[in-house]
Design a protein around this ligand. Sequence first.
Ligand code: NAD
Length: 360
Amino acid sequence: MYNITLIPGDGTGPEIVEAARRCIEATGVKIKWDVVDAGIDVMDKYGTPLPPAVLDSIRKNKVALKGPITTPIGTGFRSVNVAIRKELDLYTCLRPCKSYKGVRSRYQNIDLVVVRENTEDLYAGIEFEEGKKETADIIAAIEKCSKKKIRPDSGISIKPISKSGTERIVKFAFDYAVKHNRKKVTAVTKANIMKFTDGLFLAVAKEVAKGYKGKIEYEERLVDNMCMQLVQKPELYDVMVLPNLYGDIMSDLCAGLIGGLGIAPGANIGKDIAVFEAVHGSAPKYKGQNKVNPTAVILSGVLMLEYLGEKDAAKRLEKAAADVIAEGKYVTYDLKPNRDDPTAVGTSQMADAIIKKLKT
Ligand code: NAD
């Protein structure tokens, strides 16, 4: 019996997480779920979208399945999703992007893995607002030591990238490649321009790569060129390791290559804690409509089962989802040739079809 934290999230989160929970349970793996609420729907009740009970539960259980959580624009608090990753030091964001038969896409046979650093970079949340006294102080300090001018009406975001933070993420990428029989790791940066942050990331990656010589091939790409390469010849790439912001953007690009966010799973992994969640957000416009695709959360559940060592259950669940998608009958609107197709089923009906497949 595993004790696992379940965070339904907000927007369409509770519907897709419930669908995923049922599919995971149908594999026969015994799980006791500790359900904890986070997100905009609990703000009034707890005065915060991230009540302490959520982090406490994840710390205790070490593994969580999480629904998406809305980040309202222009309010006081930052993203709950980013806060969970930072608070628990979940330094790896793992996002495999794989083509599934039956999903309409311009590309076939995509099999890429994005390994995104999850705690540093422009995502660190160190920002100074335009017009504030501390921002003026920062600007003055930077001008003094860099001898470069910054317009006084600027906002400032800080981009910290450390040696130790880079070393552990690049090691993760190589160890993942070894464990999953992958051939190559590509480090992606803009090291030609940001020499002391991306440049450091690249220098550390190069050093770490030496330890895997003969086992895993290593190469480097600039992020702008990588975007074009992935669109033109994605088959040349395998595992990619990137600083936080480029990893975020590249994840959506790769989700686009495989046919959309509805089928892109993810995992946030730290030293001994892991939180599994889809790449996509809370799609709030579809909230409560039993409409959106549960597959990305279900496939995040597959990653969770693999992480727990339940390899057989993981394989069976992935195959059941893949079979339902390949048949194309009991799938949500986004997987139909025409988005208005009246034969599209709802979130829970797609989960029912996957559960039926699991049991046959
Ligand atoms: P989104 O991923 O929620 O939705 C963008 C569009 O993608 C949707 O309108 C829908 O057309 C499609 N889509 C997404 N998920 C789908 C699914 N399961 N099935 C079918 N179609 C799907 O992105 P957004 O609108 O930019 O973000 C909404 C909110 O979610 C924002 O507040 C954002 O900050 C938050 N967000 C949360 C997470 C997370 O919880 N980890 C991740 C990304 C965004």
